[in-house]
Design a protein around this ligand. Structure first.
Ligand code: 13P
Length: 341
């Protein structure tokens, strides 16, 4: 079992490849669809995900896809389950298993993530449905006096429970403690908070005797808050991110995958590229983007099924450029090079 976990984790961060996060919950996908004026019906969600999962050629750049509970049960119009389509194309199906966040009692502005109660039963079912990895997300806001130790401790303990149960079920856990970009904090504060969070997360994972070589970390890049006008350069983002990771993340992990967290598609690719140009010696540094891979796809599709092909080309382009960034070989000029992609 340990070998299987390690192999799957290594495949997910294979050189030149990364993960597509397509695990938007109902409220989140509704937000994304609202932006392009599309109703969030079951069929629209199914059709849109089919665009992503059947896009020609993306399997060269995408190692795995994180699905949502509804999505892992859906099928293509020919009646093949999405998880089977992905597996047959060499992309590993995974599943978001947390049940979202709620306000933390007596801790204004802070959230805890729920979903542990029936987790072992759900993991068994997801494995039968084809999943080989799982994801659990906890979030931290930066503000006056927050995050508190209480919030960091509570979410870290939950992450450790999630990892232990996932590994026991033969599924590679992706641990996602996300420090949100909301606010006007600077890059240094983002780094300090992320460090504080990661230190505690790994203490909990080690205390629980989880297998660090059979899991992945999904984390935010170190970046200034959205409302801070002093934008860090890709070099500053990469240096601060590597400093934090080197101080807080054990070397046993096979890889670290980044979320995009509100960065634009080009910005996220550029920062990932810089990270791989100056780092990458300890762990594979890869991507597990949601918005940074999907924003151009949603825009191209716009709910009109005649746009399926151009939407798939938009996905292919972002997947390919992020793959180049995995080798530190991306440059901005490639953005305009549509015909050579
Ligand atoms: P973003 O890349 O859009 O932040 O999404 C990644 C994700 O999976 C958030 O849980």
């Amino acid at each position: 079992m340990q070998d299987e976990l390690k192999n799957t984790a290594n495949q997910l961060v294979a050189p030149g490849k990364g993960i597509l996060a397509a695990d938007e919950s109902f409220p989140t996908i509704e937000k994304r669809f609202d932006k392009i004026g599309v109703e969030s019906s079951e069929e629209n969600r199914r059709y849109y995900r089919e665009i992503l999962f059947t896009a020609e050629g993306v399997e060269k750049f995408i190692s795995g896809v994180i699905l949502f509970d509804e999505t892992i049960r859906q099928k293509t119009k020919e009646g093949k389950s999405f998880s089977q389509v992905l597996s047959e194309r060499g992309m590993i199906p995974g599943i978001k298993v947390d049940k979202g966040k709620i306000d933390m009692p007596d801790h204004p502005g802070e959230k805890i993530t729920q979903g542990l109660e029936d987790l072992s039963d759900r993991l068994k079912e997801y494995r039968e449905l084809g999943a080989r990895f799982t994801k659990w997300r906890v979030v931290f806001s930066i503000g006056e006096g927050i995050p508190t130790d209480d919030c960091i401790n509570a979410n870290s303990e939950t992450l450790a429970d999630f990892v232990a149960l996932s590994q026991e079920a033969g599924l590679v856990p992706i641990v996602e403690p996300e420090v949100l970009m909301d606010g006007d904090h600077d890059i240094k504060r983002c780094r300090e908070v992320t460090y504080q969070v990661l230190k505690k997360v790994f203490v909990s994972l080690v205390d629980r005797k989880t297998d660090l070589s059979g899991l992945l970390l999904k984390i935010n890049m170190m970046i200034q808050g959205k409302d801070n006008p002093n934008k860090a350069t890709p070099k500053e983002v990469a240096e601060n991110t590597l400093k934090c990771l080197r101080e807080a993340v054990p070397p046993e992990l096979p890889g670290i995958v980044f979320l995009s967290g509100g960065q634009g598609p080009e910005e996220a690719t550029q920062n990932l590229n810089e990270l791989n140009m100056i780092g990458g010696e300890l762990w594979e540094l890869s991507f597990s983007f949601g918005r940074a891979l999907q924003a151009p796809v949603l825009e191209a599709w716009a709910g009109n099924n005649d746009n399926k092909e151009i939407a798939q080309k938009a996905f292919y382009k972002r997947a390919k450029l992020n793959s180049a960034a995995r080798f530190g070989k991306y440059n901005k000029k490639m953005e305009g090079d549509e015909n050579r992609l």
